[in-house]
Design a protein around this ligand. Sequence first.
Ligand SMILES: *[C@@H]1O[C@H](CO)[C@@H](O)[C@H](O)[C@H]1NC(C)=O
Ligand SMILES: *[C@@H]1O[C@H](CO)[C@@H](O)[C@H](O)[C@H]1NC(C)=O
Ligand SMILES: *[C@H]1O[C@H](CO)[C@@H](O)[C@H](O)[C@H]1NC(C)=O
Length: 360
Amino acid sequence: MALSDATQGAIILSVFLLPILTYVFYTRAPASNPAGPLPPATEITKLFVYPVKSCHGISLPSVQLLPTGLDLDRQWMWVSYPDYEFLTIRNLAKMTLIRPSYNPSSDTLAITAPAPDTIDGKLEFSIPAHPTKEWLSNNTEVAAVNIWKQSTPAHVYSTTLTGLFNAFFGKEVRLVYKPPTSSEPRLLRSNGAKEILGRTASASFPDLMPILVGNESSINELNSRLQAAENLTLDVRRFRPNILVKGDKPWDEDRWKTLKIIPTTGATAWKLGTDTLSLDVTQRCARCRVPNVDPETAEEHKRQPWDTLMKYRRVDEGMKFKPCFGMLCVPRSGGKVDVGMRLEVTKVTDKHKIIIPGGF
Ligand SMILES: *[C@@H]1O[C@H](CO)[C@@H](O)[C@H](O)[C@H]1NC(C)=O
Ligand SMILES: *[C@@H]1O[C@H](CO)[C@@H](O)[C@H](O)[C@H]1NC(C)=O
Ligand SMILES: *[C@H]1O[C@H](CO)[C@@H](O)[C@H](O)[C@H]1NC(C)=O
C-alpha cells in the first residue's frame, strides 16, 4: 500500500523536523529570559565624584572603587547647627555653587563658594582628602548627624576651618565627614538592605546607594525630546551620575542586574581571587526636581526636564509617581577604575522594583 502524501509528510516531520525544532526550542537561551538578551559591552566615558553631598561635582580620569562607592564621593556633607540635620540641594539650589577641587599632589580638597555681597569674592578652605586619625582628632569632634531620618556618627569640622561658610548659607552650618571605613557604618536601606541584597553594605552620605550609573544614550534621547519641545539641551551632570557609559540603545539600563568592569592589566581588585570589578544593580533611580537645577548657575528651570520625564519615564512599579533616570548600584568588588575601561552587563532582569525606605 502506497503512503498518502499526508502520511509521508507526517513521517518527514517527525523524523527530521521535530528533533530540530526541539533542539532549537531548548537552546534558545536568551529568548527564554523574559528580560531579554544581554546587551553588548560598552565603555566608561566619564567618572564623577561629588565630594560634598549636594555640591558641585568633579570629573576624574581614574578613581578607586571602594565597598562604599567611589573614593571621595559624598564622604562630606553640610548640616544645620545645632541640630545636625543634613542640608540638600533639593531645597537649597545654590549649594551647587559650592565647588570642591582635588589636588592629587597634596591630597587635599579645596572648597570654594561665592562670597555674599561681592562681585567675585570667594570663600575658601582646604582640608585633607584622606585625613589621618590624628588630623581628625585635632580638627574635628564626633557627633550624631541626621540624614533621611537615619542617625549616624560623623566627624564635625571645627568652625576655625569652615566658619566663613555661615555667611554663604545665611545661618550656622557645620561640615561633617564620614570615612569610607567606619566602626559604625551607615547601613544601606531600601533595595540595599541586607535581607534584599544578601549581604551587609554601607555608604557615607548618598541618599540611597553608593553608585549611580548613567548611560549617555539615555541623556541623548531625553535631550532630543527637550530639543524638539523647548530647544533645550541638558548636561548629564544634572542627574549626578558617578559612572557614565556610552551606549546605543536608550533606557536599556532599566533591566540591568549585575555589571562587570574589566580593569586594565596589572590592576588588582580588593576582593581577592577576582580579576574584575563588579556591581549589583539594586534599583532604578527615581528622580525629584533636582535635575531642573543648572549645576553651573543654580538656576532652576520651571518645567524641564521634570515635565518631559514625567510623560514617559514613570517606569518603576515601586514608585509610580516619579520618573527614573540611571541605575543605583552597590559594589561587590572594587579597585582602580579608569575612564575607557570596558563595562559589561552580566545579568538582566524584569523584576526591578523600588522599595521606599521609611524616612523618605
Ligand atoms: C595635632 O596636634 C598636635 C598638638 O598640637 C601637633 O603636635 C600635631 O602635629 C597635630 N597633628 C596633625 C596631624 O595635625
Ligand atoms: C536654540 O537655542 C540656542 C542656544 O541657546 C540659540 O542660539 C538658538 O537661536 C535657539 N533656536 C531657536 C529655534 O530658538
Ligand atoms: C547603554 O549601554 C549598553 C551597553 O551594554 C548599550 O548596549 C545600551 O544599548 C546602551 N543604552 C543603554 C541605555 O543601555
